[in-house]
Design a protein around this ligand. Structure first.
Ligand SMILES: Cc1cc2nc3c(=O)[nH]c(=O)nc-3n(C[C@H](O)[C@H](O)[C@H](O)COP(=O)(O)OP(=O)(O)OC[C@H]3O[C@@H](n4cnc5c(N)ncnc54)[C@H](O)[C@@H]3O)c2cc1C
Length: 234
């Protein structure tokens, strides 16, 4: 449960729209990138905890969020930013519904190597990316990312070329991160021209990992401490 005072701070940033209270849960749906950045900064300042979600399909009714926690949904950040048919790339916002977008692309002979039939309705691009196994073959087709870090800084990394920069690969770092290091706002994804010969379709089930199983890992704990010292992202 979040305190009335903190709830009101968030509601005023959201200009009194784009939120929902369901039982003890408070869910906010920013529809604007600036609003989203302000929400993260305010949360950092006032000790509000955020759980990024897409459609929230992996959070059953049994999930009890810790005190002072808010679900932060990307559902209204759902625009396709660019389809580059010549270079075969799509850039989309994290709240796009995967099945809808990729079935439409398949109709234009542009493919991604996860079998669309294995993906149930409502799954968002951000939710799928943040649940993927980082060592799965399909994770290599994500080449660029934009996300808000825990201090409210907007990070943009990667582009359409496959090998573009030296240094730490932030796309891989955020793959399968389950919302622990920031909220993904958009993704750059490489597409393929034919479903024959170029790749093997994977079932989503085989390339997804169990939620939050890595959180007991020492490397994770150190990174979490360094990158999100106030534990804004729950
Ligand atoms: C073993 C296993 C097998 C599965 N098999 C299937 C299957 O066959 N078919 C299928 O459709 N689904 C399957 N799923 C679920 C699937 O992998 C995804 O978790 C789900 O599709 C994502 O849906 P969503 O958009 O509602 O994400 P959510 O449930 O909202 O979020 C999923 C996770 O990602 C985080 N997250 C979501 N969006 C963001 C964001 N923008 N930035 C940062 N973090 C974010 C959340 O905090 C959460 O930890 C399986 C899951 C598991 C664990």
């Amino acid at each position: 449960m979040i305190s009335g005072q903190n709830k009101n701070k968030l509601i005023s940033i959201l200009e009194h729209k784009n939120y929902e209270a369901v039982g003890d849960s408070f869910i906010i749906f920013p529809d604007d990138m600036n609003n989203l950045g302000s929400i993260i900064k305010i949360s950092n300042r006032f000790g509000i905890k955020l759980i990024p979600i897409g459609s929230g399909t992996t959070f059953g009714s049994g999930f009890k969020p810790p005190d002072n926690t808010v679900f932060l949904s990307t559902q209204r950040l759902n625009k396709i930013l660019d389809i580059d048919r010549n270079n075969m790339f799509i850039e989309l916002q994290a709240g796009c519904i995967w099945k809808q977008v990729f079935l439409s692309l398949a109709g234009q002979d542009l493919y991604f190597p996860i079998d669309a039939d294995s993906i149930r309705a409502k799954r968002t691009a951000g939710g799928i990316f943040c649940s993927l196994k980082p060592d799965s073959s399909v994770s290599n087709y994500f080449t660029g990312i934009e996300f808000y870090a825990p201090d409210g800084t907007l990070m943009k990394y990667g582009c359409k070329t496959l090998k573009n920069v030296a240094g730490y690969d932030l796309v891989k770092f955020m793959t399968g991160s389950f919302g622990k290091f920031g909220i993904v706002t958009s993704l750059m994804i490489r597409l393929l021209p034919s479903k024959d010969n170029f790749f093997k379709f994977e079932d989503l089930e085989n390339v997804t990992q169990q939620t939050r199983q890595f959180t007991e890992n020492d490397i994770y704990k150190k990174l979490k401490n360094d990158l999100d010292p106030n534990s804004v992202f729950e």
